[in-house]
Design a protein around this ligand. Structure first.
Ligand code: MTE
Length: 320
């Protein structure tokens, strides 16, 4: 039996990436150029689907939100957390050929009247695609400003018709041990799992994302479909989803299970609640040049007006 060792270190850039490395993964990285040559997993094929039509949502443009500049696309697509593809920030882009994002199915099950099993290209037709510029704030105290393409998760929730018992939604990523066993690494117990409370999942800001910068998601950004909940730390945004389950009980989520004192289930961006090893009061803008801008972190990542009501009566120091 393979016993997984939980990492003693969180996904922090404060930690030398070498500490994360697993020998198996390094072997996989060395094999990557060979894998690139295999037509079955060529990246061009993975992104063969045409870019669908979409329209900017006027409430979430750069101007409407008062953001300065986008994070340059190449920075966003070259600095990722996606441990299935490796633990260094550059690994997900370098290993993006490990899986093909199409064809791809997403199953919706659990406490629902209508379980679904959808091809991702049918899923993306469920509601009109919008572009929304959101700030993504990572628990590692960096942030990006990104134009996402997708629609509110609530469109899918409504289609599935949750029963009265559904109190939480669980998001499950593919299992790399099954999808690319030759290249899988054991940095986390797979699959990567995240979750939201039902009212969070129904909040219009919570977005099912299929594209970025006007194109379908690059693999390293979570192709073909990921979650983005912009008022929460980035680790809530599960990438490359294969299953969405409606549950009565709070799901066991990856980082919360591994290090509950560091990664709360709620993970709401909160400058007043420090990570045990660093402050969350400010953040570094990725792609901000040689001396990147350091900005003060906003409560709920700047979305307090929209989401604060979801947490009234909760002690956010304890339920972080
Ligand atoms: N989803 C999966 N499947 N695997 C991961 O390792 N990392 C999370 C989240 N979603 C992760 C994931 C973390 S820690 C962050 S900060 C964001 O993805 C990063 O998203 P980005 O690379 O698009 O910035």
């Amino acid at each position: 039996m393979l016993i997984r060792r939980p990492p003693s270190i969180p996904p922090s850039e404060l930690t030398p990436p070498a500490l994360y490395k697993r020998r198996k993964f390094l072997r996989a990285a060395l094999a990557a150029p060979l894998a690139l040559a295999a037509p079955a997993i060529a990246p061009a094929k993975a992104q063969a689907a045409a870019t669908p039509d979409y329209a900017p949502n006027p409430a979430f443009t750069m101007e409407a939100r008062g953001y300065g500049t986008f994070t340059p696309k190449e920075k966003m697509a070259g600095y990722n957390n996606f441990y299935e593809l490796g633990t260094d920030k550059r690994d997900p882009a370098a290993n993006s050929h490990f899986y093909r994002a199409r064809p791809w199915r997403v199953a919706v099950s659990g406490e629902v009247a209508e379980p679904l099993d959808l091809d991702v290209d049918d899923l993306l037709k469920l509601a009109p695609l919008e572009e929304r510029v959101y700030r993504l704030r990572c628990v590692e105290a960096w942030s990006m400003v990104i134009p996402w393409m997708g629609f509110s998760l609530s469109a899918l929730v409504k289609k599935a018709q949750p029963t009265g018992k559904a109190k939480f939604v669980e998001f499950i990523t593919f299992n790399p041990d099954e999808l690319f066993p030759e290249n899988s690494n054991s940095s986390l117990p797979w699959p990567y799992v995240e979750g939201l409370r039902m009212d969070e999942a129904m909040h219009p800001l919570a977005m099912l994302v299929f594209g970025v910068y006007g194109e379908l998601l690059p693999t390293q950004c979570g192709a073909p479909v990921r979650l983005v909940a912009p008022w929460k730390y980035g680790f809530k945004s599960g990438k490359a989803l294969v299953a969405i389950r409606f549950l009565e009980k709070q799901p066991a989520t990856t980082w919360n299970v591994l290090q509950p004192g560091e990664y709360g289930f709620y993970a709401n961006v909160n400058p007043n609640v420090s990570h045990p090893r660093w402050s969350q009061a400010s953040e570094r803008a990725i792609g901000g040049g040689f001396l990147p801008e350091r900005r003060k972190t906003d409560m709920f990542n700047g979305y307090a007006e929209e989401v604060a009501g979801l947490y009234s009566g909760m002690d956010l120091q304890k339920q972080f």
